[in-house]
Design a protein around this ligand. Sequence first.
Ligand code: SF4
Ligand code: ZN
Length: 303
Amino acid sequence: MSCRNCEINPVIKLPNSNIYQCKKCFNRYFEKKVRKTIRIYKLLDKKDVIGVAASGGKDSMSTLYILSKILEPQKTKIIALAIDEGIESYRDLTFLKNFCKKNKIKLHTFSYKKEFNKTLDTMLKITKEKPCSICGVFRRYLLNTKAKQLGVTKLATGHNLDDEAQTILMNQFRRNISASARLGPITGTISDERFVRRIKPLYFLTEREVAVFAIINGLKDDYNECPNAAASYRCNIRDMLNDLEAKYPGTKHSIVNSFIEIQPMLRQFFNKKQIKTCKYCSEPCSQEVCQACKLANKLNLLD
Ligand code: SF4
Ligand code: ZN
């Protein structure tokens, strides 16, 4: 087997095809797919200040790398925002810090310990809430509030096609369709300055494609998984989808592509619901009090 174009050793077989590509051809294919997603879904505007939600993992490192490459010629400002949840022997931002330093990208780090008075590990000792439920609510809250304070107009995340297929199914299985209205390559049901819109440049690339891209470009040095991940609902859905994909190749692409077809209707339908403002923190929410304030109150974090 060799690269279809160059006839040298391949680094990957593209999904749902018999096409093999070498490093150079795959890098070109990857960038082309990102550029197409940006163009078709209008992810970027000339006046944007881009914040990349970076964790040091393969997805966010690939996002940071490819966006800084694409945005460099047009001089669009790009910064990185990292969240340190406080998970022992997992969250290590050293690689990310070195990358940002080397590439002159300003990195802003926010920790649960400083913002909520406790690390995630400590919070888990005082509650029976699921780790990812706490972690996800606080991460979304911090990214939105801090991005606004930093003047970020679009927040780029490293979500790939596998992540999106999992989330679509999770929302379906949990009868949470209104949450699906907020998915897609660019999020937000309405243009509302309380939200920093999120963009997903890797939306149409699979987990495997992103992993290969990160490896061949030296964007990841280790692959440890969060100790809380195995018990998560997402992890079960991920395994189920991987099984299905192995038996029926193309399943993940079909889930995402059919979702994209119906999503405009979902957005139209759920747009009619008014978004409220949290009476404690003024962040946007669906009820009187946002999830982060409810959780902080429940865990006595703000005393
Ligand atoms: Fe947080 Fe769960 Fe992700 Fe771990 S797996 S970082 S607990 S959301
Ligand atoms: Zn609130």
